[in-house]
Design a protein around this ligand. Structure first.
Ligand SMILES: C[S@@+](CC[C@H](N)C(=O)[O-])C[C@H]1O[C@@H](n2cnc3c(N)ncnc32)[C@H](O)[C@@H]1O
Length: 191
């Protein structure tokens, strides 16, 4: 990443980790583009995207994340981002050139706010699969998304899931960690 944003943290909000930085390093927002950051957490992806994009809408199901991300955007002098509480795309009307999502992807079940930020249920895929069902309706014709997934998520099956929803699956970055391998995957419609 060119320059890591300054980020305050909160005990109920996901603190940026290796997965966050891997995704942030691979954001390819271009001048004039509109971006949606789903599951913004601290706001890291939204703040990085806002440096080049025309505008960013950033959403999170956790109201405390929306509050923290709003104050982190101010801390970084970023003015072209709007933050909203939303369950995935529920309050994110419109279509976007780029959608960014670092989802809860660990195969585990948690009930508290912070746990739900990283625990993705069966195969770590419950929120990812919902995202794939709905993403197409929120992308412009040439739009793309950048999704963080992991070797914990049955990657081969995930490729089929992309295909089922009409998206190509291109791994643009990966990192070997101690117990998993996170990937940044670019999805775009088949032409
Ligand atoms: C792994 S954290 C990523 C946070 C931040 N984007 C980053 O890269 O560090 C996942 C985020 O998604 C949010 N989240 C989980 N389920 C969601 C849903 N259904 N709709 C919107 N946000 C959700 C969590 O609250 C959490 O902030």
């Amino acid at each position: 990443m060119e320059k890591t944003p300054k980020l305050k943290t909160h005990r109920d909000v996901y603190e940026p980790a290796e997965d966050s930085y891997l995704l942030a390093e691979n954001i390819d927002a271009k001048p004039g583009e509109t971006v949606l950051d789903v599951g913004t957490g601290s706001g890291i992806q939204a703040i990085v995207a806002a440096k080049t994009a025309k505008s960013v809408l950033a959403v999170d199901i956790n109201p405390k994340a929306v509050k923290l991300a709003t104050s982190n955007a101010e801390l970084n002098g970023v003015k072209n981002v709007e933050f909203r509480v939303s369950d995935l795309f529920e309050n994110a009307g419109g279509r976007f050139d780029l959608i960014i999502f670092n989802p809860p992807y660990v195969p585990s079940y948690e009930t508290d706010l912070l746990g739900k930020a990283w625990a993705g249920g069966k195969d770590g895929r419950e929120v990812i699969d919902r995202f794939l069902c709905e993403a197409g309706e929120h992308l412009t014709d040439e739009g793309r998304f950048l999704l963080l997934v992991s070797s914990l998520n049955k990657i081969d099956e995930l490729g089929h899931e992309f295909k089922k929803h009409g998206f190509g699956f291109e791994a643009v970055a990966e990192k070997k960690l101690f117990f998993e391998r996170p990937y940044v995957v670019k999805g775009r419609r088949f032409i």
